[in-house]
Design a protein around this ligand. Structure first.
Ligand code: AMP
Ligand code: MG
Length: 407
């Protein structure tokens, strides 16, 4: 057996980021930026009003109040999108809207809430409060100055990032494409979809699960179907997968059973790395490059395939997607065990399926999500975290435990 860190290092040694390509912003959500971006323009590009009101000269409204309003002549109206207007001179006010370009001469906004019209005098406004020079004026470049670094290579592009890139006039950026990942189920017992089950058959749950995990994580899933426990079928589908995809996940057929042909076929196809990883569940694991394409042989038990994906495949796929090393693995969080968390007395690090929720004191608390057998998918689905129990006595009620928050 080898430790998880060693197994993961073997995976990562063979996973390299996909070459970057120019990507339109509309397609870049969730991708990893492959270049440093600087602001080619200032944002905002010109000084403007931050409020609806009147552009005034602060000195004209000094000491203004409801009892002693400052009366000014309204010389026009400036909307957002207008070209900068005539200036404002002493005794004048220019009606101005949020986002309108700042007029010369004025140095403050008297916000509309502190003004009133003068009955019978349409060209006048009364300002009821003082304004300090600079009040409610947005300077040019307040968000980003021209030439300023904006985002570094390695940045994960979220909605706000795409907005910022658009704000500096970019229509696309160089980003690492999301890898396409094939998913192949293996097993003579597996059937797809509804309908009656013939004796000895079960429904394929790993494939929908793994396809969904890939989609959740921003990869592009490709359904490679179910291979029968026949060498030719397994070989044909794996070859199809490595030809079509940037990586392939298989489930089942990697343990010690008589019909575990995935192991045999992967061995024939290339140098696979067979591992017994010191974790529970998901001890058996295979990994290797077939024609340069990473192939992950996940165990067949439904919980094992999900945990193996989380701990071994996902970090490798994130590397393909261009994530920096600091972001390949989910960080652990400390939580308090509601009840004792028990484990087998072996040397494997145990990943318990747990529900994590904040307790009354705001600290994260965890409780078992149910049965912990590697075949019990329901508790895995109910869980939102894995509690990490290293070899040892487990965790008593009220004790602290590391958890990986999934999702
Ligand atoms: P294997 O590793 O192929 O021996 O499979 C281990 C266990 O997982 C067996 O009970 C299989 O029936 C089950 N299993 C394998 N593949 C799937 C799948 N795609 N969906 C649900 N159960 C599976
Ligand atoms: Mg099988």
């Amino acid at each position: 057996m080898i430790g998880l860190t060693e197994a993961r290092a073997r995976v990562l040694a063979d996973c390299r980021p996909a070459p970057a390509a120019f990507t339109p912003l509309a397609d870049a959500l969730g991708l990893v930026l492959a270049e440093d971006v600087e602001a080619a323009e200032a944002v905002p590009p010109f000084p403007s009003s931050a409020m609806d009101g009147y552009a005034v000269i602060a000195a004209d409204v000094a000491g203004a109040s409801a009892d002693r309003p400052a009366r000014l002549a309204v010389v026009g109206t400036l909307a957002a999108g207008a070209a900068p207007a005539t200036g404002v001179r002493p005794g004048e006010a220019l009606r101005i809207m949020t986002g309108a370009p700042w007029p010369p001469g004025a140095d403050a906004v008297a916000i509309v809430e502190t003004t009133r019209s003068v009955p019978g005098a349409r060209g006048l406004v009364e300002v009821l409060a003082p304004a300090a020079p600079g009040d409610h004026i947005r300077p040019a470049g307040e968000d980003l100055a021209t030439g300023q670094p904006v985002f570094a290579a390695g940045t994960l592009l979220g909605p706000g990032h795409l907005g910022v890139l658009a704000s500096v006039g970019l229509t696309g950026v160089r980003a690492h494409p999301a890898p396409t990942v094939g998913v192949l189920s293996t097993g003579d017992e597996l059937v797809e979809g509804g309908g009656g089950l013939a004796p000895g058959r079960i429904r394929d749950s790993n494939r929908p699960t793994l396809l969904a995990l890939l989609r959740r994580d921003g990869f592009r899933p490709v359904d490679l179907g179910i291979a029968r426990d026949v060498e030719d079928d397994i070989r044909r589908r794996i070859n199809e997968g490595t030809a079509r995809c940037d990586a392939v996940l298989t489930s089942g057929g990697v343990s010690m059973g008589e019909f575990d042909f995935v192991k045999k076929v992967l061995d024939q196809l290339g140098a696979m790395n067979w591992m017994q990883v010191a974790i529970r569940p998901a001890k058996p694991f295979a990994f290797g490059l077939l024609a340069g394409t990473p192939v992950f042989g996940l165990p067949g038990n439904p919980v094992s395939s999900m945990v193996s994906y989380e701990l071994l495949a996902r970090p490798g796929l994130r590397r393909l997607a261009g994530h920096p090393d600091s972001r390949l693995v989910r960080p652990a969080t400390r939580a308090v065990a509601d009840a004792a968390l028990t484990r087998h007395g072996d040397e494997r690090t145990t990943y318990l399926r747990v529900v994590a929720e904040p307790g009354p004191d705001g600290r994260l608390r965890v409780r078992s999500a149910g049965g912990q057998g590697s075949n019990l998918l329901w508790p895995m689905a109910l869980a939102n975290a894995l509690a990490v129990l290293p070899p040892g006595p487990g965790v008593p009620a009220g004790g602290e435990v590391d958890v990986l928050l999934l999702g």
